[in-house]
Design a protein around this ligand. Structure first.
Ligand code: FVH
Length: 291
């Protein structure tokens, strides 16, 4: 059993602390604003008066606050106690922020892991909870058994920014899905069809379309968007144009889908009508040296 500090008792910090207590770990908790530790104290947590005190009582400090500005403030408060301990930062941020935090922790002589939580608070400890980690492999291996208790622990590499990169990429996919759902539902809603009723058609359709992704991935990885094309960019640009015309005619806002048509039209040119729509990836990817 480990001695663990949970720094930050928002919805996620509370869930993490509760899970670790259930698993029998010795948990010390701290939150900027007092009064959030009562339920955890009833389950056996000890409340510390400061972040430094919580860290000093523990081998591992799990930091989960609103953003990296808040995380930096907590790390500064805890700095005197961090030397020789492990800081696991599960605060949501950018890869650059994660790398800077890793350097900051190294300067304080703390081992550092950055993490991205792919779960909501009620999911913590459950079979669908996934937490991505990056940073020192030695540190991850040393604490993997404890971290597995919070959810499947996936180590992505020594670069501390990798967990955040994958976290934000997965969330980008999620928001794209939600955007499609909102746009499609607004269209049928214009004729009085309810969202719940429409879902019966939408979910199987979206599930079937997920089957297209491996083909797109192959084209993106090879850079060749002309192999095995079934539905070309020319046809799909006309089709998406029809969809946006219909959306406008129905009095529905086009905001969520219109940027995709702009990309299709920008990509469409002499010789690209027969390539796949995966070609739009070339318009949004970062240009690399040699491209
Ligand atoms: N909740 C969720 O569904 C998502 C799931 C995926 C991961 N996220 C990220 O987890 C971080 C914490 O999220 P949270 O849900 O716990 O957020 P809140 O309930 O709003 O609690 C925020 C905590 O942050 C503390 N805090 C804010 N500013 C400061 C600061 N300057 N110094 C110290 N602590 C600060 C706040 O303290 P207080 O307001 O109670 O005093 C809460 O403990 C987050 O990165 C999500 O993106 C959650």
């Amino acid at each position: 059993m480990a001695t663990i500090a949970i720094l930050g008792l928002g919805a996620m910090g509370q869930a993490l602390a509760a899970r670790l207590l259930t698993q029998g770990h010795a948990v010390t908790v701290w939150n900027r604003t007092r009064g959030k530790a009562m339920a955890l104290a009833a389950k056996g947590a000890r409340e510390a008066a400061s972040a430094a005190e919580a860290v000093a009582a523990s081998d591992i400090a799990v930091l989960c606050v609103l953003d990296y500005a808040a995380a930096a403030a907590v790390i500064d408060d805890a700095a005197p106690a961090l030397a020789g301990r492990t800081l696991v930062n599960l605060t949501n941020g950018t890869p650059a922020q994660a790398r800077a935090a890793a350097e900051h922790a190294a300067g304080l002589e703390a081992a550092y892991l950055d993490g991205g939580i792919m779960a909501t608070p009620p999911m913590i400890g459950g079979e669908h909870a996934l937490i991505l980690y990056s940073g020192s492999k030695t540190t991850f291996d040393a604490h993997a058994a404890t971290l597995e208790g919070l959810g499947t622990a996936r180590y992505l590499g020594a670069d501390a920014g990798l967990a955040s990169l994958h976290d934000l990429a997965l969330l980008s996919g999620m928001y794209g899905l939600f955007a499609g759902f909102f746009q499609a539902t607004a269209l049928v809603d214009s004729e009085g069809i309810g969202a719940g009723e429409f879902l019966k058609l939408l979910v199987p359709w979206m599930t079937a379309m997920m089957g297209e992704l491996p083909g797109y991935a192959e084209k993106i990885d090879s850079g060749d968007h002309r192999v095995g094309v079934v539905s070309g960019l020319g046809m799909q640009t006309a089709s998406l144009g029809n969809i946006l015309t219909a959306i406008s005619e129905q009095g529905v806002a086009t905001d969520l889908l219109a940027p995709m048509l702009d990309l299709f039209r920008r990509r469409l040119g002499p010789g690209t009508a027969d390539e796949d729509i995966s070609g739009v990836f070339e318009l949004i990817r970062r240009t690399r040296a040699g491209d």
